[in-house]
Design a protein around this ligand. Structure first.
Ligand SMILES: [Zn+2]
Length: 108
């Protein structure tokens, strides 16, 4: 059986809902979060970081959380120590001694 390919070379399967799908529609909020997460595959964790990409670091942290049964509250507390509360920066790679975020000015 022959299936058509899209521009990326992936198979395009028949979808009974396809006539209702607008391909120009903006992704919803959750889809945007997912796409941003995928961008982390190729983003270094911070400038000069040699060991982790953004996504691999998140997965590594979640693995540790699960292995040792950390509560969500304790995990959130750890993240607040490591990163700006607004997700602007990590306090690493030249930012480690700052008392406030250089982007949004929130205190650490
Ligand atoms: Zn910030």
């Amino acid at each position: 059986m022959h299936y058509p390919l899209n521009m990326d070379g992936d198979y395009v399967l028949d979808n009974p809902m396809s006539s209702h799908v607008n391909i120009n529609e903006e992704p919803n909020k959750d889809a945007k979060k997912f796409y941003n997460l995928l961008k982390g595959v190729e983003q270094k964790l911070y400038l000069g970081c040699q060991n982790f990409y953004r996504l691999s670091f998140i997965i590594h942290l979640l693995q540790i959380k699960c292995l040792y049964g950390w509560s969500n509250i304790s995990f959130d507390s750890l993240l607040k120590l490591l990163a700006c509360i607004n997700d602007c920066i990590l306090y690493r790679g030249g930012y480690e001694n700052l008392d406030e975020c250089p982007i949004c000015k929130k205190s650490r």
